[in-house]
Ligand binder design. Structure first.
Ligand code: NAD
Ligand code: UDP
Length: 334
């Protein structure tokens, strides 16, 4: 089976490509390397011992997208490509709407032209908005609080509409919780870029001595230790979730949403302490003001992904912390 992986050189895409190749799928990557590099493709090839056909193509380039579909007999698309920084999306909303929506439309239209009927989409827990209680269940009302979140919600809607127009399409909307960790080889992972917004890339930069301490955004939430709680999932488990979804796509009629999380919430302090213990390091921190827009706590209900996809996470928090640092440590040793 030939799988087109858009954004396949990125953090989650690269881990998913490894998993696909190790499960006998052929992989074609479309990526413009806006937030990644060809090194990730080399690393995927090194880990798997298999070669990957790669197109350096912007998904906004209609002709380029058409060429990828015309040159390959694509059976399914896994669509990771897109912009993902919440704060930046507030500053540059049109950049986000233009890239994420138009890029996805180009991919969907190419699927229509080439009769590709299977699609797996990288959605996010952000579509549950601010008002749902945890655990989040797929049928809850959806909303968004920033342009990035709106693009995820709008793409989910676009895909539901595409499935009404094409009753023989099979679409999985995978709502990721908080992916962290890295491949055990240390060859692929999440590269901290500038000053990171997300917790784990920030912690690894503190561990590397590039930043002197972690600011913990809020110590007075109504949570067990006062700091924010999230559902962190190992990126290798997340990658497996894509294979499980692909394997079951035939049985999915239309578009169906699945939470991909562990179902367990950890606080910021839990993560700091787990990271310190797993790597025998100290992470200096200060508790500062809450970050505007942050929710106190959320985590997934994982029942549907388990019952319908057979998806269950395998990696512990310790694995997540150890592998995150193993990857970043390698970066600074090069
Ligand atoms: P990433 O930035 O590492 O990967 C995205 C990839 O898409 C990159 O390789 C980038 O170069 C590529 N890309 C960006 N714009 C492109 C364009 N116009 N044309 C072609 N390629 C383009 O991000 P990630 O963390 O791997 O996330 C993958 C997907 O999962 C994204 O859609 C993101 O919104 C979604 N997601 C991520 C998280 C998270 O916390 N990482 C959580 C929920 C959902
Ligand atoms: N967080 C923090 N300091 C940071 C980055 C994040 O305290 O430098 C907290 C944040 O307030 C939230 C948790 O860590 O409670 C996860 O934040 P992240 O940005 O990684 O994910 P998201 O907020 O999108 O769930």
């Amino acid at each position: 089976m030939n799988i087109l992986v858009t954004g396949g050189a990125g953090f989650i895409g690269s881990h998913t490509c490894v998993e696909l190749l190790q499960n006998g799928y052929e992989v074609i990557i479309l990526d413009n390397y806006y937030n990644s590099s060809p090194d990730a493709v080399k690393a995927i090839e090194k880990i798997t011992g298999k070669s990957v056909k790669t197109y350096e193509t912007d998904m906004l380039d209609k002709d380029g997208v058409e060429q990828v579909f015309a040159e390959n007999n694509i059976d399914a698309v896994i669509h990771f490509a897109g912009l993902k920084a919440v704060g930046e999306s507030v500053q540059k909303p049109m950049f986000y709407y233009h890239t994420n929506l138009e890029g996805t439309i180009n991919i969907i239209e190419a699927m229509e032209r080439h009769q590709v009927k299977k699609f797996v989409f990288s959605s996010s827990a952000t579509v549950y908005g601010m008002n749902n209680p945890s655990p989040y269940v797929e049928g809850m009302p959806l909303s968004a609080t920033n342009p990035y979140g709106w693009t995820k919600l709008m793409i989910e809607q676009m895909l539901c509409d595409a499935c009404v127009a094409h009753p023989d399409w099979h679409v999985a909307l995978l709502r990721y919780f908080n992916p962290i960790g890295a491949h055990a080889s240390g060859l692929i992972g999440e590269k901290p870029n500038g000053i990171p917004n997300n917790l784990m890339p920030y912690i690894t930069m503190v561990a590397a001595g590039k930043l002197d301490h972690l600011n913990i955004f809020g110590g007075d939430y109504d949570t067990p230790d006062g700091t924010g709680v999230r559902d962190y999932i190992h990126v290798c488990d997340l990658a497996v979730g894509h294979i499980k979804a692909l394997d079951k796509l035939d049985q999915i009629q239309g578009a169906r949403a699945f939470n991909l999380g562990t179902g367990v919430g950890y606080s910021v302090l839990d993560i700091v302490h787990a990271f310190e213990k797993a790597n025998n390091l100290k992470i200096p921190y200060e508790i500062t003001d809450r970050r505007p827009g942050d929710l106190p706590s959320y985590f997934a209900d994982t029942t549907r992904a388990y019952q319908e996809l057979g998806f269950k996470t395998q990696h512990s928090l310790e694995d997540m912390c150890r592998s995150s640092w193993n990857f970043v440590k390698h970066l600074y040793q090069q």
